[in-house]
Design a protein around this ligand. Sequence first.
Ligand SMILES: [Zn+2]
Length: 429
Amino acid sequence: MNARTLHCGSVMHCLGNPASGGRLERFEKGALLVSADGYVEAVGPEEALLPGLDAEVVRHDGHVIVPGFIDCHVHFPQLDIIASFGEQLMDWLDRYAYPGEMRLADIEYARELADLFVDALLAYGTTSALVFATVHPHSAEVLFEAALEKDLRLIAGKVLMDRGAPEALLDTPESAYADSRALIERWHGRGRLGYAITPRFALTSSEAQLEQAGRLAAEYPDVWMHTHLAENDREIEAVTKAFPWSSSYLDVYDRYGLVRERSMFAHCLHLSDAERRRMAESGSAAAFCPSSNLFLGSGLYDLERMREAGVRTGLATDVGGGTCLSMLRTMGDAYKVLQLNGQVLAPAEALYLATLGAAEALGVDAHVGNFVPGKEADFVILDPAATRLSAHRDMHTTSLDERLFVLTTLGDDRHVAATAIKGTLHSQA
Ligand SMILES: [Zn+2]
């Protein structure tokens, strides 16, 4: 495409965190101007942008345009075991997650799953994600290949795991270092891709392996670090036993230099004030995974306390502990979790957590997260009338915020009319 494109519809995007006074910009009859090479040129009321403009005009009447969703924590190999019955974290890993991940020893199978995953992200309106692969280096390779083909902004890594899991899924401290390093050299910074050093969690890495992870983190400061933290009571007890010298769960990672800028910790449900303070001062971030936390019965995320402590939060599906790749539905689940915790998540803040807030948590907000001119034009065209029920409910809304809230409660992939990656629309089949 050579021409600039003006996408007309209702537009919403966050300029800051609405919970701390940041603005949610809304245009009922809005428009988004995208350059020929896929960057945001302007956003505003249609009547201000359209007259005399030399651009192709695409109308999305009745639809809502929001920035592409950003999933801060998701496991692509677990599409195999999503919706597995009856267990909490530790048994769920043994019974479902590990056996499922063994199948990715077969590279062709891994490739098929990576393609399915990337297409599914687009179908749900997710344009950026931080992703767990499996222990097999080729699982990260095939995922990067699939993401590069569609030009997703994707950060991923091979899992580091040298104990506490089935033999077939174990690496060693040395292979973990060498394989991660080779993947970083090959993929980090290529297109919109990034690499994340990915120890599964403290219990599945020996101290020797955590040391190697820390060595990588020091050698590659602009590479991400991605792991789990304080998800489940039994897990936390086991960490205390496995690392008797540690003062907290976070302290285990801290000892090895893994608590830093560009560190993303999934869950963070059972933290002390000292751990929250340490996360904030180190510039590391938390992934709030409401669907997974409900499904595995892990606990309730305390958004207010994390915000007060100055810890950045991004929203995440955590499939397959989470039950849906839809960030719309995850926003709805976040609302419910916070209700159980005596907190109210306004639609504006839910949108923030799934877009700009997630971009800030990942440190990619210079590129994506909202429609500030110069950013990559990743966006989602939402159709509130995609189902008969949601169409009916939408008729009774009185504001854009309410329309968005209804979408986070009733919406899923059917409500994603199209997803744009750097201005290129991928329509739903
Ligand atoms: Zn997870």
